[in-house]
Design a protein. Sequence first.
Length: 387
Amino acid sequence: MTAEYIDIVDTQARKKALKVFREKFQKLIDQIMKGKPPVLLLPKRTLQNTIYDETRKLLLLGPEKLKRSFLDLHEAKKFMQTLLMTRIIYEALARDEYPTIRDLYYRGKHTIIFRDEKGKRHEENTWDEQRESDAVIRDIEVLTGLLREEMLILSKEKGKVVGNMRIRSGGDVIDLSRMGHGAYSIESTPDLIEFLDVDAEFVLVVEKDAVFQQLHRIGFWRKYKAILITSAGQPDRATRRFVRRLNEELGLPVYILTDADPYGWYIYSVFKIGSITLSYESERLATPAARFLGVSMSDIFGAKGKKPYLTEAERRNFIIKAKDADIKRAKELLAYKWFQTPKWKTEIDIFLKKKAKLEIEALAGKGLRFLAFKYIPEKIETGDWIE
């Protein structure tokens, strides 16, 4: 495949983004040309304006809107920041560039010096920290309906994947079954990846990178025809989008394997329904059909009609006492609607009663073959998961 392919793929993405930018900001230009005060109208990215759609099983932004006016002293700086970042991103698209979010922070970081009506000198920074410019990028995503990945903005790669699958990326065909002991790093623009062919029956997402490596080396994905992915902790956007595409476009079931603690369970919910702070992304990044495979509290202690995977002696050796922060987080999860199902209430109630947690590695402590060739396949085969 030649460099011509790269031009086609990237050019299409750039043209789409540039067109959206022009259409969205034409209203602002019209306001200025008519002598009207320039105003931006965008959805509120607040917890109060975040709703859980029980039918679609997604966290979504609600209907509330925010007016950002240039002539409003309280909004003028935000208005300026939004237009400044918009210009920077637009120029990067037009110049065939691939800025990182850190690049964008520096490109817009400067000091405005001015004097008031009394001649007193003042200085105002466009932004002081990257969290400010990152927030502006998120506002632009909401305003345009484009993810930053669709604007060809890059970020650090985090997720990894192996499996019997071939993809096309950047004009190259990559065989994900021939990664040696390593894995393919999921690129920060996952929509530019083309799925060529796949011989797999399901996707297994593993929270821990170390466990992912163990399962990879022991040949789990070959034996069970799986696409094996790690989020290496809290998933980045690219990994979530890649998983969504595997489920949505290829129809592959998705199973999530995390630690048996509230933080692992929340990682699962981010994959499944989206995150609270970035709910505007959920429709393209979340996978509502994702299933929580484990590790569950009922796997450790048993439940009605279910035998535990650990003996009493193994529980004494493997479980870890929950900290106050773990208890607090578990109670927070119970307040979320998507954790208020009978199965999840049972799991969290056991956790709060036992005040104990367990890492995935503890199951590998029974032997890696137990984890790879008994625990995981047995739970999938018997349908012992939570949705």
